[in-house]
Ligand binder design. Sequence first.
Ligand SMILES: *[C@@H]1O[C@H](CO)[C@@H](O)[C@H](O)[C@H]1NC(C)=O
Ligand SMILES: *[C@@H]1O[C@H](CO)[C@@H](O)[C@H](O)[C@H]1NC(C)=O
Ligand SMILES: *[C@@H]1O[C@H](CO)[C@@H](O)[C@H](O)[C@H]1NC(C)=O
Ligand SMILES: *[C@@H]1O[C@H](CO)[C@@H](O)[C@H](O)[C@H]1NC(C)=O
Ligand SMILES: *[C@@H]1O[C@H](CO)[C@@H](O)[C@H](O)[C@H]1NC(C)=O
Length: 337
Amino acid sequence: MQTKFVCLAVLFSIAANATSIRISNSAGFQSVLGSDLLERTVVKGSSAIRSSQSSSAMLSSSSVSSSLSNSISSSSSQATVTSMPQAFDTSLGTNFTQDSCASFFNRFLADRAFIDCYPFSFYLQNSKAFFEITKQGAYALSSTFDAICSVNASQCTATMNGYAAELLDSSICLGDYGLENPLVTAAYNDFTSYSMLYAAGCLTSSVSGAYCFVEATSNSSLTQDSYLYYLPLDVTLPSGVASNGTCTQCASDVMAIFYNSGAGNTSLALSRTYLSAAKALDAACGDEFADTNVVFVESTTTAEASASATTTGAAATATSRTVLSAIVIAMLLVWNA
Ligand SMILES: *[C@@H]1O[C@H](CO)[C@@H](O)[C@H](O)[C@H]1NC(C)=O
Ligand SMILES: *[C@@H]1O[C@H](CO)[C@@H](O)[C@H](O)[C@H]1NC(C)=O
Ligand SMILES: *[C@@H]1O[C@H](CO)[C@@H](O)[C@H](O)[C@H]1NC(C)=O
Ligand SMILES: *[C@@H]1O[C@H](CO)[C@@H](O)[C@H](O)[C@H]1NC(C)=O
Ligand SMILES: *[C@@H]1O[C@H](CO)[C@@H](O)[C@H](O)[C@H]1NC(C)=O
């Protein structure tokens, strides 16, 4: 238990350090986030709902899409009021070179369509409230996951993809993304890994019926499992973690979700972390544990004009990754001049 929290604490502080920039825009994020947190209530589903999402259903051939369309309606057996975590609830800064990028953060963080998705991908590294809940134990964390998993995931995926495309728009955040502003990079990884982390986070153990993530974070012998959820967020599996692993079905299932979510898609941070983790796991747990047959593919469209239809008038450009890199380099040159 203790060890586990230390691990989480380390990961959280890494994330917090990366984004700990003092807030100086007056009525900015904090007020919006604070009031919102109080407003929201969550109706907790019964544990029957939880176990009805079988992990085998999650991992059928088209595992990701099936799990996404399989959004669970939370018919409540008992109604309890719980406040949900919020993304980027620590200080957000003014370390943007583009005002449009700061506005973008303000906008999506206040957007109901975003907030109500309860995005696990954002909570993992960028929510102090979520981190606090992980310390409250399995019951509190499970309740939070009942809410996280009760959203319309296909709709939320569309929302997140739209925001990811906007972020890469040159008139919004592309400049700061190119400068590797840690906040912007984190947001991009969080948007683009929403659906795979929804699927992985909502996975339940075929043995206990509990959420795999909850089990991993509340059992100190499951260190191997708890690290895997960070792979889509560009955190590589530390050496030694795999070799000392418990080789659980949950860990294998999580890797299968990631494998099917674009482990070779070079537009995703996952493409930088998946394969080495899979190889290490296979060495410890057997060849069949995680698929290592990754084909790396350059994504053709990283920004889609249609995806950002909901908001600004700025037209998002549909452009190849290569063209995108060229633009980023060009902007760097212009701004450094
Ligand atoms: C989820 O959202 C999509 C798109 O808005 C909608 O077509 C679908 O019916 C919704 N699914 C559920 C279960 O509400
Ligand atoms: C501010 O952003 C730049 C790049 O945009 C980054 O190199 C620098 O580390 C950031 N500073 C802080 C305090 O995060
Ligand atoms: C790769 O990921 C990007 C970012 O999420 C996405 O836009 C693109 O469609 C993906 N490519 C493939 C081939 O799935
Ligand atoms: C922790 O995980 C191990 C390995 O899966 C298991 O044997 C043990 O029973 C678990 N402990 C608790 C308290 O659930
Ligand atoms: C490996 O696992 C054992 C048993 O859970 C534990 O005692 C030991 O400290 C672990 N070693 C490392 C390097 O994590």
